[in-house]
Design a protein. Sequence first.
Length: 199
Amino acid sequence: MDNKDAEFDAIIMFEQIRKVSEATYIENPLDADNLTRWAGALLELAQFHNEDPKLTVQEAITKLEEALLIDPKKHPAIWCLGNAYTTLAFLSPEETEAKFNFDLAAYFFKLAVEEHPDSETYQKSLEMTAKAPLLHAEVHRQGFGQQPLGGAGPSPASSSKVVKNSELKYDVMGWVILAIGVVAWVGYAKASAPISAHR
């Protein structure tokens, strides 16, 4: 299976999770697990949207905030909100906006660690957030996010730089999104598990 097939399969899977979550929300808008799962799927889908992935990330943030209104101590939603703000920061070329989002991410990762101190994932996320602004500066210094608008493509001389920047973008976004995907998948699996009667 090549990358295009894997990407297509991921889009199909996360779009299906999004649709199921949307239908579940209509039946039960107070299901914080469902809202968290829905947001995780949206964050995954954001990496494939060519139009404006920031809008998809913002929608995920709205779902996570709604989940936290229902269950303020829901640490998976808190942690996922940290990931959403990290993603939003990397999507922003503006340093001030990125710093604001990294600060929000650190705040939510710290809350997640406080709620569930035994989670190595939460602790690692908090540690990595401290390094994220330097990585952001490097990514944007190398020209990520500065591709020309419209139909103009890269010149042959800059082609290898565009490929390198594109690979770096997918590496950074991939690790962030992978973590979110695992949370979404686990939540989806829990929600889809058959309920057994206790005797």
